[in-house]
Design a protein around this ligand. Sequence first.
Ligand SMILES: Nc1ncnc2c1ncn2[C@@H]1O[C@H](COP(=O)(O)OP(=O)(O)OP(=O)(O)O)[C@@H](O)[C@H]1O
Ligand SMILES: [Mg+2]
Length: 278
Amino acid sequence: MSEPQPPAGASSAEAASTVSTAAAGPLAMRGEKIVKRFGAVTALDGVSFTLGEGEILGILGDNGAGKSTLVKILTGFHQQTEGTLHVSGQETLLRSVDHARSLGIECVYQDLALANSLSIYHNMFLNREIVRRGPFRLLDHGQMRERAAQCLDDIGVHVPSVDLPVERLSGGQRQAIAVARAVNSNAKILLLDEPLAAMGAREAGLIIDLVLRLKEKGGLSIIMIMHNYAQTLDIADRIMLMQRGRVTFEQHSAQTSVPELMDIVRREYRAMRATTAH
Ligand SMILES: Nc1ncnc2c1ncn2[C@@H]1O[C@H](COP(=O)(O)OP(=O)(O)OP(=O)(O)O)[C@@H](O)[C@H]1O
Ligand SMILES: [Mg+2]
């Protein structure tokens, strides 16, 4: 494997800081100096990142660090106030979630976006329902049921029936359905915002296995916002730490450790306490 290279077009200062950690090879996505303001709140304050093709990038960080905001920009839900985004090498302003989807970008949001009163299989085909051939375009419930059951089975998610409304599931099961839906859509770039939140160890294990299997299959680049450092280092090729709207640390997972990450966060926390104590 060749040495990781800085993203093309990066300034020399940026190149110096990212030379050891930028994704190697072709990039699925690249963000440069992305700023997002909500009125007086600066949620993102110049975030640059790379996502290599076939890579899993894990994003860690405190509550309010801007992780979800970044993902919402990458998925077309929000537009950045400043900065540029490249998708498959092309500078792209993602105008909407549909626009991002048309480029193969799929997301599982932290605030799930499942239709709780609808059935599992319905949710899995929401907005891309299978219709029967013929003039009336009737929904093909049989096929959607069958495919949904097959997909969940492949992932190892067990539900009593795909006819159950989603509101009858546990938080972890709901999350698994949301991940399954995104995976089922032939995404090229998959964004997962805390996919393991609200999950027990067994369900979290299933999702981790699923993500690793997807990576092995190839053709998919993944950004995962995570909470647990050890799980992140296990699953991600690279990690990126965000604090107060900035990227404060980036490293290949194999070259860092839970104690190192904890140390960085602790130092930051102490520095913040010191400045707010006066
Ligand atoms: N729609 C919005 N309007 C105004 N402020 C927002 C909006 N969305 C996010 N923010 C603010 O931007 C900052 C970053 O929020 P964000 O949700 O991106 O954090 P996060 O890193 O995902 O946190 P968590 O770990 O709690 O999910 C916070 O201060 C938040 O209050
Ligand atoms: Mg969040």
